[in-house]
Design a binder for this molecule. Structure first.
Ligand SMILES: C[C@@](CO)(OP(=O)(O)O)[C@H](O)COP(=O)(O)OP(=O)(O)OC[C@H]1O[C@@H](n2ccc(N)nc2=O)[C@H](O)[C@@H]1O
Ligand SMILES: Nc1ncnc2c1ncn2[C@@H]1O[C@H](COP(=O)(O)OP(=O)(O)O)[C@@H](O)[C@H]1O
Length: 279
């Protein structure tokens, strides 16, 4: 049996670091939204035992095995199934980019194998299993725009978030999430952030844009500030780095201006741009 699943990217419309736990993880307050840029994850159940993963379209940086393989191994364990799993991932989401590609692949494997192995674990349990693989994995199982607290794994639905157009621009450098958090000097107790109310207008979303992690990444990768300026110059109502970066997104009122900006930025050597819709 084999099936194909789409694993979307995410952006963080805001990311406030509100504290640090004794185990080193940071407590956050974030608004997260999935967007229409997808890895394609093909999963096959095979007779030969074990898990094999192939990633096409990208050279994953060395170190650490594929998070999708860890997800598959866990599902085999939970199901007790007497088979193996082969996974082929067509990577369209830039790697180590602040777009959650690995977490989304892992979530797709958990949800996909839950269906294919008939484990019927339910959303809550799958989110809990996802949280053991990475802080961002539960969000991709939650599947709705979310106000995320804790280490990013306590999720509440955000009411009335309009489906904006975004242009994502990636400058072609990989940024390690662990490095960013390690270099974050926490001053004072951190910001207290609350779930925003109505987010139906562009102005409402633009007011929200804030990412504490830019304080670490921009001094090391000034290109992130240039990306923001270019997007604003091309008509974005606001621009922000997503997650731990370096991808920047611009918020656009209309699709035509967004498309023009996306095409213009794609001409810069080494940059990749994507026109996406909020999911
Ligand atoms: C920054 C964010 C924002 O959505 O996304 P990305 O930029 O990675 O996409 C997330 O917080 C990334 O979550 P995720 O990438 O799942 O993190 P993990 O694999 O669990 O951890 C990677 C590294 O980041 C640190 N980490 C992660 C989450 C968190 N709340 N505090 C941390 O200090 C961990 O200590 C670990 O060294
Ligand atoms: N399926 C996968 N896709 C992308 N990266 C993966 C995957 N599995 C493991 N990784 C590792 O996870 C790291 C973070 O990747 P990714 O999820 O793309 O970035 P980010 O955390 O910035 O959103 C990469 O450096 C890579 O080595």
């Amino acid at each position: 049996m084999n099936k194909t699943f789409l694993a979307p990217a995410k952006i963080n419309l805001c990311l406030h670091v509100v504290g640090k736990r004794p185990d080193g993880y940071h407590e956050l307050a974030m608004l997260m939204q999935r967007v229409s840029l997808y890895d394609t994850v093909r999963i096959a159940l095979v007779a030969e035992g074990g898990v094999r993963v192939v990633c096409k379209g990208v050279d994953l940086p060395p170190g650490g095995e594929n998070i999708a393989a860890r997800a598959a191994r866990r599902m085999l364990e939970l199901s007790g199934a007497d088979c193996g799993v082969e996974i082929v991932i067509d990577k369209a989401i830039p790697v180590a980019a602040g777009l959650g590609g690995g977490s989304s692949d892992a979530a797709a494997v958990l949800m996909g194998l839950d269906e294919m192995l008939s484990t019927a674990l339910g959303k809550e349990r799958l989110m809990a299993e996802g949280g053991k693989l990475g802080a961002d994995v539960p969000f991709f199982i939650f599947k709705e725009p979310a106000w995320a607290t804790g280490i990013g794994d306590c999720l509440e639905t955000v009411p009335s978030l309009a489906p904006f157009w975004y242009v994502l621009v990636n400058p072609g450098v990989a940024v390690s999430t662990a490095w960013v958090y390690q270099n974050l000097g926490l001053t004072s107790p951190g910001t207290v952030a609350r779930m925003p109310g109505f987010l139906e207008t562009t102005a409402g979303v633009v007011r929200l844009l804030h990412n504490d992690l830019e304080g670490v990444t921009i001094p090391r990768y000034p290109v992130i500030a240039s990306l923001k300026e270019r997007l604003l110059g091309l008509g974005a109502a606001g621009a922000l780095m997503s997650g731990s970066g370096p991808t920047v997104f611009g918020v656009f009122e209309g699709v035509e201006a967004a498309r023009a900006a996306c095409e213009e930025l794609a001409t810069v050597p080494g940059w990749r741009s994507f026109l996406v819709r909020a999911l």
